[in-house]
Design a protein around this ligand. Structure first.
Ligand SMILES: Nc1ncnc2c1ncn2[C@@H]1O[C@H](COP(=O)(O)OP(=O)(O)O)[C@@H](O)[C@H]1O
Ligand SMILES: [Mg+2]
Length: 370
């Protein structure tokens, strides 16, 4: 899929922006704090329904305004999408596709698929499990809206189950109702885990191939899904449910004591290995960067495989993070894909790369196409 036009109104430091996009390769450059990432962020919002930098829409509204507006036109093989996002302070975000209002954010998924690669992505390796879960959740949601609904549903059930656990501590009679909540959480939780497992296996397979290409076969990359309780077989949802049930039973008293749900998707994690060694613990900075690039490329491969279309690639400030060999590899491997790439210097690009690129210079929220 390809973005054809981007419109912004009172969004971040943009009073008004109307950009026609003609090419696949788009370089957005300029000094720091001029508004480069803001453009990628706006694209990302139209893709996933939220910013990758904040969950608070108020922050996105231009300081001198009370509302923001984003519109992105996407050209696709089957049906083009005109995605609109509108937000007024203290109100609710309104989404429209081809002028039809969406009831739920989940309905946005799949209309514009993006893969974002920014320096913060190293957090996938360095930070805790919640960062890692966020990464896969966003990707899977774009591919499978029902997963997004399951996650939302799961969080609601989890909240209610946690309050019940608190109440049980004061009133043991309520213990009988726990079983009902267990069945609810098992149903939704197992579906989430099954989807995660399938995704992780695919991600591991593709990332391994990408990593082989990137390192000339020197290193073998693997990704392993670590669910919060032991599961014998993932191919049969009933098996997951049975193991889930047993595990909840085993943890019952502990959960009541701690007033919180101790197992389930909210405690899932996964780990990346290079030659069977934990990348987080033993990988050098360079190895970690390369591995993240492999994982991102794998994400692109999966999206292409599942949807039949290339996603739009958003590269925020990552060129300087990669050595020239990796940069070259990246450019050679993204020819069919539309790319938006931000950087401070346009001199970064070789004459060859520049030939097929459009350059946009950003200065204080004003963009000039060269
Ligand atoms: N709500 C807002 N209203 C006005 N300006 C904003 C708002 N949010 C961020 N900015 C401005 O946007 C700029 C940062 O934009 P960003 O795209 O992150 O920069 P960069 O070009 O370095 O990627 C800063 O100048 C910041 O003050
Ligand atoms: Mg930036």
């Amino acid at each position: 899929m390809f973005i054809k036009n981007i419109r912004l109104k009172n969004y971040r430091n943009y009073k008004e922006l109307n950009l026609n996009i003609d090419k696949r390769f788009n370089v957005i450059y300029g000094d720091n704090a001029q508004g480069k990432t803001n453009i990628l962020e706006a694209i990302y919002i139209c893709s996933s329904g939220r910013s990758h930098r904040t969950s608070r829409d108020v922050e996105l509204v231009n300081h001198e305004s009370k509302s923001y507006y984003i519109k992105i036109d996407v050209e696709k093989k089957i049906l083009n999408s005109e995605i609109e996002v509108q937000y007024e302070n203290e109100g609710k975000k309104k989404l429209r596709i081809n002028e039809i209002p969406l009831k739920k954010i989940g309905d946005l998924m799949g209309n514009l698929n993006t893969v974002l690669f920014s320096p913060e992505d190293l957090l996938i390796i360095k930070e805790g499990p919640s960062e890692r879960r966020r990464f896969i959740d966003i990707t899977i949601s774009q591919l499978k809206p029902s997963y997004f609904y399951d996650l939302q549903q799961y969080m609601k059930i989890l909240d209610q189950r946690n309050s019940l656990l608190k109440d049980i501590q004061n009133n043991r009679k309520l213990l009988d109702t726990l079983d009902v909540w267990n069945e609810n959480i098992i149903k939704t939780g197992s579906r989430i885990m099954k989807t995660r497992k399938e995704f992780m296996d695919k991600l591991s397979k593709f990332a391994k191939t990408e990593h082989e290409k990137l390192t000339g076969g020197l290193e073998t990359l693997n990704i392993r899904y670590n669910p919060s309780f032991p599961v014998n077989r993932f191919d049969d949802i009933k098996e997951i449910e049975n193991d889930y049930r047993k595990s909840l039973e085993r943890n019952k008293e502990k959960e009541i004591f701690k007033c919180t749900t101790l197992i389930g998707p909210q405690r899932d994690d996964y780990e990346i290995f290079l030659d069977q060694k934990s990348l987080k613990m033993y990988g050098s900075q360079g190895q970690q960067r390369t591995a993240v690039l492999s994982v991102k490329m794998a994400e692109i491969d999966i999206m292409k495989e599942e949807t039949g279309e290339w996603p739009v690639l958003l590269l925020d400030d990552v060129l300087s993070e990669l050595d020239s060999k990796r940069q070259e590899y990246l450019f050679e491997n993204i020819t069919g894909i539309q790319v938006f790439i931000t950087c401070t210097e346009k001199s970064f690009f070789s004459a060859k790369a520049s030939e097929r690129a459009d350059f946009f210079k950003v200065t204080k929220g004003v963009v000039i196409k060269e």
